[in-house]
Design a protein around this ligand. Structure first.
Ligand SMILES: [Mg+2]
Ligand SMILES: [Zn+2]
Length: 184
């Protein structure tokens, strides 16, 4: 089965996840492997969708406007080699709000599926957080766990909780595997 959509977590996958919240545009730092990986997916005709928890908005640590400026910068940097990210979704709520969009909830994925005609059976998710791993499990889609950001912590939690994942160094390595699958 061919993979036609790749969902991406943002912080820790595309950009360096330095602390809990990325609050300033000038702190955006794109992982080195990312622009080439995004270009590779685009060239292969694979749709790319970002799904990101941004509870800093709900906690009033950051405005929506700044949050979106940061998204612009992350996307722009990720597309630097000529790749294209199709869309991004974020959950602005705090964990206490009990929304259904915050990962491990699947609200953002469901919305993306409707808006972009995504076939879930042909999708994978790349992330660094435990909520990412759990969301992928709920969706029954393969989960690539990067060894960056929360990755090492998440690996321990996944092992303890029997949550499946495919370990990779970074997005570049996940993309290598995705392209190989599509050729196989
Ligand atoms: Mg993350
Ligand atoms: Zn939400």
């Amino acid at each position: 089965m061919k993979i036609t959509t790749v969902f991406l977590d943002r912080d820790g996958v595309l950009n360096v996840n330095k602390s809990d919240y990325l609050l300033h545009e000038e702190d955006v730092s794109i992982h080195e492997d990312v622009p080439a990986a995004i270009k590779r997916l685009t060239k292969a005709g694979i749709q790319i969708i970002i799904v990101s928890n941004q509870a800093g908005i709900g906690k009033e640590l950051i405005t929506r406007r700044t949050a979106e400026a940061i998204f612009d910068k992350v996307i722009c940097g990720s597309e630097a080699n000529g790749g294209h990210i199709d869309d991004y979704y974020y959950c602005p709520h705090t964990p206490d709000e009990g929304c259904n969009c915050r990962k491990p909830g699947i609200g953002m994925f469901v919305r993306a599926k409707l808006e972009h005609d995504i076939i879930m059976e042909e999708s994978v998710f790349v992330g660094d957080g435990f909520g990412d791993a759990q969301a992928a499990k709920h969706l029954k889609i393969p989960f690539y766990l990067v060894d960056q950001g929360w990755g090492p912590v998440t690996k321990v939690k996944c092992d303890a909780g029997n949550i499946p994942y495919i370990p990779v160094k970074n997005l570049g390595n996940a993309v290598k595997d995705i392209i190989k699958r599509n050729k196989g």
